[in-house]
Design a protein around this ligand. Structure first.
Ligand code: PEP
Ligand code: CO
Length: 450
C-alpha cells in the first residue's frame, strides 16, 4: 500500500535499490551535472501532462486508442530536422490510418525527445575475450567498443536534455504550425514508400479525407475554423531509467502542488526495473504524470496488483498504462489472468500491447531481429483476449523509424534474412521501417474494426 511507504520526495528513491543504473566513475562530476539540470527549465508543462491523463482516460474508457511509437534508442549522431520530421510523418500517417479506417480517435505519443537510456541484460559485453561496460544509451555512454566510449560520462545527461529540448521544439512547430494540417495528409508519405502497395492504400484513404474536407466546405462548414483539422496533440515519452536525470527534472507544479517529471509527458517503467520495493517504483508513485509499466510473460497476478496499488492508489482513469509484452506464443496464456485481476480490483488502466520486445530473436545471419508476422500475431491475440474478457484493447507500443532501414523481417515487402545487412542502423533493437509501420497500422485498423 502506498500509505505504508512513508513520505515521498523526488529523491526518496535513493533509499532503495535502483536496478540498471550506470556505474558513474566520478560521483562529484555526476552531482555537478544533476545540480545544473535541476536549475534548467522544464521540458514539458504540468498542464500538458494533465491533458494527456485526460486523453488516456478516454482510452481507458474505450473511447480512443493509444499509438505510442518511436525509436528503441535515440541517437546523438543522427540528430537532425530531417530525422525528427521523418519519424513524425510515419506516426502521423499511422494515426490517420487508425482514425479514419477504424473511426477511433488516436492519442499520439512518441518514443522521442528523451529516449536515450537503455536497460541491458548484462552489465558488460565481451568481444574476443575483452570485457567492457555495456552500451546503455547515448545519455550514458557510446556504442563503440572501446574503453573511452563505454565509460559513463555525466556530461551526456546535459546533451540529452538539450537534444530533447530542440527535438520537442521542432515537434511543437510541426504539430501546431501547419505541417500536421489534414489538408497535407498526402505529403506525409516518404519518398521510398511512395510506390508501394501500402502507400497506394494510404493514398486512397487520403483522397477520401480530401473529399470529406471538400464536402464540409460545400455544406458551409469552413475547415479553417476547426483547429482539430490543422493541429495535432503530440506527446513525448521515454523509459525513465536513469533516476538521477529524472529526479533532477522533477518540479513542483505551482497550481496543484503536485510533482511532475518534466522530462516528458508520460514516462514508463521497464520490464527489468519494475520491482515493487525498488527505486523506480518509488520514484514513479510520487510523480503526477500519466505513467506506464511494462509487463512481461513472467509478471504474476500478485505483482501486477501490487504495482497497480502503489502506482494508482486512487484508481484515476488515465493515470496508469499497462504495456504488456508477452510474446506471440505466450500472450494467450499470460494476459487473461492479469486483465481479470486488474479489472476486479477496479483500476481503470489503459491496456497497451508492445508486440516487439518479447518477439526478438537472432536470425541465422546473426542479426537481432523481429518478424512482422509475429508482431501482428501478438497484436491479434491481444485484441482477441481483450474482446473475450470485455475489456478494451487500448493501444499499441512499437519501435519504428521513418527511414528505409532493414532491421525487421517480413511485412508487405517480405524483407528476408539476407537483406538485414543492407541498412541495419539501429544502436539497439530492430525497428519497423516506414513501409512496415504503415502496413502494421492497416493491420491494427482491421483488428480495431473487429
Ligand atoms: C524498450 O521499450 O525499449 C525496452 C527495453 O522494453 P522492455 O523494458 O519491455 O524490455
Ligand atoms: Co527496445
Amino acid at each position: 500500500m502506498a500509505a505504508d511507504r512513508g513520505p515521498w520526495s523526488p529523491d526518496s528513491w535513493q533509499e532503495r535499490p535502483a536496478a540498471q543504473q550506470p556505474d558513474w566513475p566520478d560521483r562529484a562530476a555526476l552531482d555537478a551535472v544533476l545540480s545544473t539540470l535541476s536549475g534548467y527549465p522544464p521540458l514539458v508543462f504540468a498542464g500538458e501532462a494533465r491533458q494527456l491523463t485526460d486523453d488516456l482516460a478516454r482510452v481507458a474508457a474505450g473511447e480512443a486508442f493509444l499509438l505510442q511509437a518511436g525509436d528503441c534508442a535515440e541517437s546523438f549522431e543522427t540528430f537532425s530536422a530531417n530525422s525528427i520530421r521523418e519519424r513524425l510523418k510515419v506516426i502521423l500517417q499511422m494515426a490517420v490510418v487508425l482514425t479514419y479506417s477504424a473511426g477511433v480517435p488516436t492519442v499520439k505519443v512518441g518514443r522521442i525527445a528523451g529516449q536515450f537510456a537503455k536497460p541491458r541484460s548484462s552489465g558488460t559485453e565481451t568481444v574476443d575475450g575483452r570485457s567492457l561496460p555495456s552500451f546503455r544509451g547515448h545519455m550514458v555512454n557510446d556504442v563503440e567498443f572501446t574503453e573511452d566510449a563505454r565509460r559513463p560520462d555525466p556530461s551526456r545527461l546535459i546533451e540529452a536534455y538539450h537534444q530533447s529540448a530542440a527535438t520537442l521544439n521542432l515537434l511543437r512547430a510541426f504539430t501546431k504550425g501547419g505541417f500536421a494540417d489534414l489538408s497535407r495528409v498526402h505529403l506525409w508519405t516518404q519518398e521510398f514508400v511512395r510506390s508501394s502497395p501500402e502507400a497506394r492504400r494510404y493514398e486512397s484513404l487520403a483522397d477520401e479525407i480530401d473529399r470529406a474536407l471538400r464536402f464540409m466546405r460545400a455544406t458551409g462548414i469552413d475547415p479553417v475554423d476547426q483547429p482539430t483539422l490543422h493541429e495535432v496533440d503530440f506527446y513525448t515519452s521515454h523509459e525513465a531509467l536513469v533516476l538521477g536525470y529524472e529526479s533532477a527534472l522533477t518540479r513542483e507544479d505551482s497550481l496543484t502542488g503536485d510533482h511532475y517529471d518534466c522530462s516528458a509527458h508520460i514516462l514508463w517503467i521497464g520490464e527489468r526495473t519494475r520491482g515493487i520495493d525498488d527505486a523506480h517504483v518509488e520514484f514513479f508513485r510520487g510523480i503526477a504524470n500519466p505513467i506506464g509499466c511494462k509487463l512481461g510473460p513472467q509478471a504474476t497476478v500478485d505483482e501486477t496488483l501490487a504495482l497497480c496499488e502503489v502506482l494508482d492508489p486512487d484508481r484515476t482513469p488515465g493515470r496508469l498504462t499497462l504495456i504488456t509484452r508477452m510474446g506471440a506464443d505466450r500472450i494467450a496464456e499470460h494476459l487473461p489472468p492479469l486483465v481479470e485481476a486488474v479489472g476486479a480490483a477496479g483500476h481503470p488502466v489503459v491496456w497497451a500491447c508492445d508486440p516487439m520486445h518479447a518477439n526478438t530473436f537472432t536470425s541465422p545471419s546473426g542479426r537481432k531481429t523481429r518478424h512482422f508476422d509475429e508482431i501482428l500475431r501478438e497484436l491479434r491475440t491481444f485484441f482477441e483476449v481483450h474482446r473475450s474478457l470485455g475489456s478494451w484493447p487500448g493501444g499499441v507500443h512499437v519501435e519504428l523509424t521513418g527511414d528505409d532501414v532493414t532491421e525487421c523481417l517480413g511485412g508487405a515487402e517480405a524483407l528476408a534474412d539476407h537483406e538485414l545487412d543492407l541498412r541495419y542502423e539501429t544502436m539497439c533493437d530492430p525497428r519497423l521501417n516506414g513501409r512496415q509501420s504503415l502496413d502494421l497500422a492497416f493491420g491494427v485498423a482491421e483488428l480495431l474494426r473487429g
